[in-house]
Design a protein around this ligand. Structure first.
Ligand SMILES: *Cc1c(COP(=O)(O)O)cnc(C)c1O
Length: 446
């Protein structure tokens, strides 16, 4: 088997996510044979540094020995069983661990099997909580402009990225959208804080007008990832927590992308010293091994559903693979690696090296801004003055193609070239990643 043979078979029967399949008439599809650490290897003997953690899921490298061994052992015991009426040790161990490591007040864990489903669960739970408490008028959600929360219909509805949303708009419930506190283009700390205050004022006005019909505000803490890695400071979250308390609406923190050490702390909410009412986790949860997600919430919310069977108070949501033991075991193994390796301290060093490696490019003529939060860094490319952004130019795709030819997997979001590497990346590999990306940028903007 070589690359071309497998790609040809693929294109006759498969349909890939987030892809205009006709692109593959000119853009090669890359069949991956195996992975190790931060690298993926194809059938023709080329390798690719996985600078985006395979869509932000991989934390401790591909084919990680510890996770492999733990899943192998679990497989011999129990691969899966029904999770209604039955339970198993990996789920109990994982729930206890998640309660222990997440912010205080998150004491109950509901499992689902991907990020979008976790968002659906949080939305339904928030609505149903208010209903159970006699506040049936509350049925709407407040989101932020440029937000992304997944692509199933409920999750898509509370997102705000036109590329994913516009086509399906007729199918979606309508949220109330507050302006994002994103600090793009604000060069001083003062300007950024003034912007945060502005956006909190806008949120206050919305909640003042609509709190009696609003269940919850949903946000991506610190970084709006799919919206182009736009970043904002923790002070917004602190202010938002106060507003949600003041107006009696829930706060849903979607930490699906930023959780598990990405931003420098285990969870992004920690930097604002807040506890959300619901926290959604997925992606890095299993170290990039298996689909799994979790929604954490408080005992007070759980208790509002706890009643006799005859009333319709029980939370009604289920997936066939809820609580899959192999996925729970992968998650437990991932958490063990965090402890064993003092991952957060190691990540801070890697983040510093990434910052230093990017620094000389700040004055590059096509760079509008380089921003970074922990191990997420983004290069926002600049438009030629006076020319509006036209996504059909697809500079990002040209950077992507350059990467393919130079041992680098990156996948720019429009004009934003970003890095979100696995935590096992080395300083040398960080340099390869950054310098290759900029060589690609130079090609693309010519
Ligand atoms: C990826 C992502 C989701 C959706 O997760 P899926 O597993 O892809 O459904 C939701 N929210 C955020 C912030 C994400 O980055």
């Amino acid at each position: 088997m070589n690359n071309q043979q497998l790609a040809q078979r693929d294109l006759k029967c498969l349909w890939h996510p987030c892809t205009q399949m006709k692109d593959h008439e000119s853009l090669p599809l890359i069949p991956i044979k195996n992975g190790r650490g931060a690298w993926l290897y194809d059938f023709d003997g080329h390798r690719y540094l996985d600078a985006i953690s395979s869509w932000w899921v991989n934390l401790f490298g591909h084919a990680n020995d510890h996770i492999n061994q733990r899943i192998n052992a679990q497989m011999q015991q129990l691969e899966h069983c029904i999770f209604a009426g039955y339970t198993h040790q990996p789920a109990v161990d994982l729930a206890e661990s998640l309660v222990a490591i997440t912010p205080p007040g998150l004491e109950r864990v509901f499992l689902a099997d991907n990020g979008s489903s976790a968002v659906e669960v949080a939305l339904k739970m928030s609505f149903h909580y208010w209903l159970n408490c006699g506040h049936g008028r509350k049925h709407r959600f407040v989101n932020l402009s440029n937000a992304y929360h997944g692509e199933t219909l409920g999750a898509l509805a509370v997102g705000d990225v036109p590329l994913y949303k516009n086509t399906y708009a007729p199918l979606l419930m309508e949220p109330i959208t507050a302006p994002s506190p994103d600090c793009f283009g604000l060069s001083t700390e003062d300007a950024c804080q003034a912007n945060v205050q502005d956006k909190l004022n806008a949120m206050q006005q919305i909640l003042e007008a609509h709190h009696d019909t609003v269940c919850a505000v949903i946000v991506e803490p610190l970084v709006q990832c799919a919206g182009g890695m736009r970043m904002y400071p923790p002070s917004y979250l602190t202010g938002l927590r106060d507003l949600c308390d003041e107006y009696q609406v829930h706060l849903i923190a979607d930490e699906i992308a930023v959780g598990f050490g990405r931003t420098g702390t285990l969870f992004a909410c920690e930097q604002a010293a807040i506890s959300p009412d619901f926290m959604c986790l997925s992606k890095g949860l299993t170290g990039g091994y298996l689909p799994l997600s979790a929604v954490l919430t408080g005992e007070n919310i759980y208790q509002a559903f706890y009643d006799d069977y005859t009333k319709l108070t029980a939370f009604l949501h289920s997936h066939s693979y809820t609580g899959n033991p192999l996925a729970c075991t992968a998650a437990l193994a991932t958490l063990e690696l965090f402890e064993k390796n003092d991952t957060l301290a190691a990540n801070r060093k890697l983040a510093e090296h990434l910052r230093n490696t990017l620094a000389p490019y700040k004055t590059h003529p096509n760079v509008a801004e380089i921003r970074q939060t922990g191990l997420i860094a983004a290069v926002e490319l600049q438009q030629a003055p006076g020319r509006p952004f036209d996504w059909r130019e697809r500079r990002g795709r040209r950077v992507y193609e350059y990467g393919l030819k130079h041992e680098l997997l990156i996948r720019p979001l429009g004009d934003v070239v970003y890095f979100m590497p696995p935590y096992v990346i080395t300083p040398d590999e960080i340099e390869h990643m950054v310098h290759t990306a900029f060589a690609g940028i130079n090609e693309a903007v010519r």
